[in-house]
Design a protein around this ligand. Structure first.
Ligand code: NAP
Length: 484
């Protein structure tokens, strides 16, 4: 299969927070990979900005180091790296100060697409927006990219939206949720809306339930203090898992167009019903084998923040009334695995007398590792001995199915940054979507806080707390194994 890379137009991209962790691990290596692929014109300019008074040479060295550390060897060509480094500039700027803005302005070119990536703490978004505006650096075609967390509740998200809206229109604001940049997540839309096969079955009449799992093996590591103010509900469910839920549950948009897609996602969020506390299980990983437990990692022995959450969610609309969506996410679990499993109902009647009990068809969409899809179907067990049925997977790994091109699936950040340059907002969250997601999330968090219960302990390397198993068992269902 021939790879089709369409170059974007020449751009000036300013990365505020260019010396930080996200820039080093994701943004700059992603830009390099797109440059290597021939998608970024060499006349483009990438301007790093942060308070550190480092010179351009130091910044280039920092970026070269990030490429060595985070880009695979087969893409590290010294000539390409050298060419990429010449696109870089650096400006020392304090988001809250007044120096450096003149220098930044001097790097901006009239004819280039202009984008500003706010890879700094959200408290600085307002300062950056205001200064870009007052220094006349961001004209009305300029785009800004903002990172999660987008607020910590409805009130703060509204305030943040209002701050950005005072300087930028909605069409200029790109709120990143990197899950939307994942190949398989977009494939969800392709599978649903480019095939006739699934869509007629994609509703409460035929789908028994949906499971969405985002499992991590790592704990909160050095981020305990930050994470303890968020917890799994804010860190994962309100944004990433909500986006997955939207793409599974939404109606077909009239066109693959940013607002048409986002209108449909918004309708899903608005149809989410309040969740009963008995349908929520919160957990915290225990200390084990000399490794600290969650409260020690968080630096608060009395922490009530959840490092794991499972919940049963219902949608009040025609398509999904009666089909539960089970969501679970957690840290220090058995395997690093993200997947969506759509479990179809059993056939209404068995014609096979000696069938060993019906097993449902399950469509599994794997986000990581090994992005792909897997459909479990019933077939006859081979050999003599009558009609015995067995469930087998029709397995499709994108990497295998698509050959070389599939093995080279771009990182979510690569795709999303290129979409910013192309001016395509389809895979970015709109302000009203984020607010609606918080409006649903806030009472769930408040309910947990009112209860004041300590989250259920679970063993590191397990599938989560026992009570989460019960959440499914009492409905006569079970979680799928969390496996790599
Ligand atoms: P970080 O490692 O702490 O980096 C922060 C960056 O901001 C540094 O370059 C810092 O450089 C700069 N900075 C701090 N104060 C500044 C100021 N007043 N003016 C200008 N620059 C300033 O943080 P990060 O992990 O990269 O995260 C950046 C943003 O991305 C945050 O909003 C975070 O929530 C979000 N995010 C991060 C990740 C991740 O994996 N790291 C994932 C998702 C979202 P100086 O100190 O030199 O100014």
């Amino acid at each position: 299969m021939v790879s089709r890379v369409i170059p974007v137009e020449v751009f000036d991209l300013v990365i505020f927070g260019a010396t930080g962790d996200l820039a080093r691990r994701k943004i700059l290596p992603s830009l390099y990979r797109r440059f290597f692929a021939g998608q970024i014109p060499p006349q483009s300019r990438i301007v790093g900005a942060a308070r550190s008074e480092i010179g351009l040479d130091d910044f280039r060295a920092l970026v070269a180091g990030a490429i060595t550390e985070f880009v695979s060897k087969d893409k590290r060509d010294p000539e390409v790296i050298a060419a990429f480094l010449t696109t870089l500039e650096y400006v020392a700027i304090d988001a809250r100060g007044d120096t450096g803005w003149d220098a930044l302005k001097s790097h901006m070119r009239k004819e280039a697409t202009r984008a500003f990536y706010f890879s700094v703490a959200p408290e600085l978004f307002g300062d950056l927006a205001e200064r870009l505006h007052s220094w006349r650096i961001a004209h009305h075609h300029a785009r800004i990219v903002v990172e999660k967390p987008f607020g910590r509740d409805l009130e703060t998200a509204r305030a943040l939206n209002a701050t950005l809206a005072s300087h930028f229109t909605e069409s200029q604001i790109y709120r990143i949720d990197h899950y939307l940049g994942k190949e398989t997540v977009q494939n969800l839309m392709a599978v649903r809306f480019a095939n006739l096969l699934f869509e007629p079955l994609w509703n409460a009449q035929f789908v028994d339930h949906v499971q969405i799992t985002v499992a991590e093996t790592v704990g909160v590591e050095g981020r305990g203090a930050y994470y303890d103010k968020a917890g799994a509900m804010r860190d994962m469910v309100q944004n990433h898992m909500m986006q997955l839920l939207c793409l599974i549950a939404m109606e077909p948009p009239y066109h693959f167009d940013p607002d048409a897609v986002r209108d449909e996602k918004l309708k899903v969020i608005k149809a989410l019903q309040p969740v009963f506390q008995e349908d929520i299980v919160r957990g915290q990983y225990r200390a084990a084998a000399g490794a600290p437990g969650y409260p020690e990692d968080a630096g608060d022995p009395d922490s009530r923040t959840e490092s794991y959450i499972a919940l049963k969610v219902h949608l009040a609309n025609w398509r999904w009334k009666g089909t539960p969506f089970y969501l679970r996410t957690g840290k220090k679990l058995r395997a690093r695995a993200s997947e969506i499993a759509i479990t179809f109902k059993e056939p209404p009647h068995s014609i096979f007398d000696d069938a060993p009990g019906w097993r449902e068809n399950v469509l599994v969409i794997r986000l990581q590792p090994n992005e792909g899809m897997n459909l479990k179907v019933m077939i006859k067990e081979p050999g003599p001995g009558g009609m015995r049925l067995v469930q087998v997977p029709l397995d499709m790994s994108f990497a295998e199915a698509l050959g070389e091109e599939g093995a080279d699936i771009p990182d979510a950040y690569e795709r999303l940054i290129m979409d910013v340059i192309r001016g395509n907002q389809t895979l970015f969250m709109r302000g009203d979507e984020v607010e609606a997601a918080w409006a649903w999330t806030d009472p769930i968090i408040a309910g947990g806080e009112e209860q004041g219960e300590r989250p259920r302990p679970y063993d590191p390397g397990s599938s989560g707390p026992e009570d989460a198993l019960m959440l499914m068992h009492r409905d006569g269902r079970r979680w799928r194994e969390i496996q790599q």
